[in-house]
Design a protein around this ligand. Structure first.
Ligand SMILES: Cc1cc2nc3c(=O)[nH]c(=O)nc-3n(C[C@H](O)[C@H](O)[C@H](O)COP(=O)(O)OP(=O)(O)OC[C@H]3O[C@@H](n4cnc5c(N)ncnc54)[C@H](O)[C@@H]3O)c2cc1C
Length: 291
């Protein structure tokens, strides 16, 4: 295995300084479930790895009037088992409970899932569909951005040198809203999504119409994407079977999939249709129950 220096600071400032002034490639380490295999396989050759798990801000998990705040080093297990997540953000709980196995979920952080920027990352569509925002800290201070603007390509993000993801912030879910995440893999678990869809819907006060929807797709484009056309189509309409079916068709148009060993582009588009229909229906049912 390639040799590298290792540090485990307990302050955010130290971590940013270390990562910012390192010679060559430097990486933050959360759970290491992506990074360590990548180093072992020589796909990453860092001169420095900075463990961020001892930094207090990165371990926060709280829910209040401002919504849900998840420190970037909080594990998928902690998130999936947090009562407020189970109650108010079920799509995120569903996705975190799908990442790898129990052992992987105990190590893997949501922040790592986001920063690794795999198009197939399961926890990303719910973050986009819940209108998540990312708080970054770097040598030039802090900045906040909409999660969907973070990804620039497979494994590529807007993170600048020395910059780390500090936290993920999800707004409080509005009244009459619900969400769901589903992915397709050819076996029961421990596989990479062939396609994944996260859907969020908010119903009008009388529950009769969809006020707004956010539909996010994984594994069908170089980055996670929103299905804008499908979202615009369902807004203002009753979410009946015909509307949901058409939303599936439109969501498939937002996909720009590749063909690979996991599935052809056409198969992936078909999956997007089905998963969009199913997640919209579950989101609708949950929104009705939340009223
Ligand atoms: C057996 C196995 C099964 C898996 N199954 C799934 C699955 O079903 N679904 C899925 O989505 N993923 C899966 N993964 C991938 C992986 O577990 C997840 O992407 C996980 O969430 C990564 O989190 P981590 O904390 O381990 O990240 P790490 O490996 O620590 O980091 C990943 C990348 O993000 C960077 N990084 C991490 N935190 C920060 C930060 N705060 N600021 C800046 N950069 C940061 C690191 O430098 C690195 O480049 C699997 C992996 C394995 C080994």
């Amino acid at each position: 295995m390639h040799e590298f220096d290792f540090a485990a600071p307990d302050s955010l400032q130290q971590a940013v300084e270390l990562l910012g002034r390192a010679d060559g490639e430097a990486h933050a380490l959360a759970g290491g479930t992506d990074l360590i295999p990548q180093i072992k396989e020589n796909r990453r050759r860092p001169s420095l790895v900075v463990d961020i798990k001892k930094i207090p801000e990165l371990n926060v998990l709280s829910y209040d009037a401002a919504g849900l705040r998840i420190g970037a080093a909080v594990s998928c297990t902690r998130i999936a088992e947090f009562d407020a997540v189970k109650q108010h953000y079920p799509a995120l709980a569903e996705a975190c409970a799908l990442v790898g196995s129990y052992q992987i979920q105990n190590r893997a952080a949501l922040g790592g899932n986001i920063c690794n920027a795999a198009p197939s990352a399961d926890a990303v569509p719910p973050v986009l569909s819940y209108a998540g925002r990312l708080l970054l800290a770097g040598p030039n201070g802090q900045r906040e951005l909409a999660a969907e603007t973070f990804f620039t390509g497979p494994g590529q993000t807007v993170l600048a040198r020395g910059e780390v993801l500090v936290a993920i912030q999800l707004p409080p879910p509005p009244a009459n809203s619900g969400a769901a995440y589903l992915r397709f893999i050819p076996r029961e678990e421990m596989d990479i999504a062939v396609a994944g869809v996260g859907s969020f819907v908010q119903l009008s006060a009388d529950g009769q119409r969809c006020q707004q929807a956010r539909i996010s797709l994984a594994s069908v484009a170089p980055t996670p994407v929103r299905a804008d056309e499908a979202e615009a189509f369902v807004a203002g309409k009753p979410l009946d079977a015909a509307t949901i079916a058409e939303a599936g068709e439109l969501a498939a148009r937002a996909a720009r999939p590749i063909s690979d060993v996991r599935g052809s582009a056409a198969y992936r588009r078909e999956l997007v249709k089905v998963l969009t229909r199913r997640t919209l229906q579950t989101a609708l049912d949950r929104a009705r129950r939340s009223a």
